[in-house]
Design a protein around this ligand. Structure first.
Ligand SMILES: NC(=O)c1ccc[n+]([C@@H]2O[C@H](COP(=O)([O-])OP(=O)(O)OC[C@H]3O[C@@H](n4cnc5c(N)ncnc54)[C@H](OP(=O)(O)O)[C@@H]3O)[C@@H](O)[C@H]2O)c1
Length: 301
């Protein structure tokens, strides 16, 4: 199957290119390939005898989306509509990614795919509108909502990921203020990419929640990172209001992988195990230290 991966040097895109690992991958890099240029995008994609397009591109700097809703809608909504129209015309499968931020966080148990969305910020609205175009225009799509991504490319790319950011900030010996009133599921892009590889050939098209298992606040995530690497910087829990971010965020955005379990996809690991694997890959951890039982002292919510 010939597959184009849009955003191929992003966190998720680079892991997809690596894991799909076939000569039939067409990796596409911004800004040479820009989904906000509809004509160029269509001309380019129609020349490559593709069967599937995976779109990881997004404008996902959530606070900037509040200031610049036009750019948010250009990338997250209108460009996605254009990709869906291209897939419709060329009869291609579209794999597209959305977010836990389509929910408002009022539900205090994990969100399933049928739960009504109600985003709190521009980013969430623009991603939800993109979802609606995919669902309206196509029959053969995989629409994947995920949460709290971190992956190897995040540490080299323009925006670092949470794990690498807190580890690097801790080097400065200043106390770290970490949000403690938002509950999420940190998710490894390597594991998400494996799930996508397994999902595509099933042809069970539709909407999926795909994240690691379990849940924690960002503060608990940071505590676990430092506990695993054997460091103890001063961590200060702060609430979202005191943290002062421009965009509102849901206080609870844990997703249940309900549809993936229904179609028999391999279960994702617990976020703590995925984190440990990531820290090993990045050589923050050796194979011999921090066996899984070390993690038991840090309880899930
Ligand atoms: N990150 C998270 O925590 C998170 C959580 C939930 C859902 N998601 C969703 O998951 C998906 C993947 O996220 P990610 O963290 O892997 O993102 P990422 O690391 O920022 O990767 C996105 C890639 O798309 C490229 N890109 C940006 N604008 C583009 C455009 N107009 N045309 C073509 N390519 C463009 C980026 O290039 P540059 O780097 O050069 O800009 C980058 O290579 C996104 O749909 C996002 O909304 C992410």
């Amino acid at each position: 199957m010939k597959i184009a991966v849009i955003g191929a040097d992003g966190q998720l895109g680079s892991d997809l290119v690596k894991i799909l690992n076939t000569d039939d991958i067409l990796p596409l890099f911004y800004p040479d390939f820009d989904i906000t240029k509809p004509e160029k995008t269509k001309n380019f994609l129609s020349r490559h005898s593709l069967e599937c397009i995976i779109n990881t591109a997004a404008f996902h700097r959530v606070d900037e989306c509040e200031e610049d809703p036009v750019s948010a809608f250009e990338v997250n909504t209108l460009a996605v509509r254009n990709l869906a129209l291209i897939c419709q015309e060329l009869n291609l499968v579209l794999v597209h990614f959305s977010t836990d931020y389509v929910f408002d966080g009022e539900k205090k148990t994990p969100y399933v795919e049928e739960d009504p969305p109600h985003p709190l910020n521009v980013y969430g609205v623009s991603k939800l509108a993109g979802e609606y175009f995919v669902r309206t225009l196509l029959k053969r799509f995989f629409l994947i909502r995920t949460c709290g991504l971190y992956g190897k490319a995040g540490c080299w790319g323009k925006g670092s990921n949470f794990v690498d950011t807190v580890l690097s900030l801790a080097e400065k010996d200043d106390p770290l203020r970490i949000v403690s009133d938002q509950t999420v599921t940190p998710t490894s892009t390597a594991e998400l990419a494996s799930g996508i590889k397994e999902l595509i050939p099933t042809e069970h098209y539709g909407l999926y929640h795909l994240t690691n298992e379990g849940q924690c606040t960002w503060f608990e995530f940071a505590e676990t990172i430092f506990s695993l690497v054997g460091k103890s910087p001063k961590l200060i829990p702060v609430d979202s209001v005191s943290y002062g971010a421009r965009a509102l965020r849901p206080s609870y955005s844990v997703l249940e992988n309900q549809n993936a379990k229904k179609v028999g996809l391999s279960e994702f690991s617990h976020w703590k195990d995925a984190l440990k694997q990531y820290l090993k890959t990045r050589r923050y951890l050796s194979d011999s230290n921090s066996e899984p039982e070390d993690l038991d002292s840090i309880e899930d919510e």
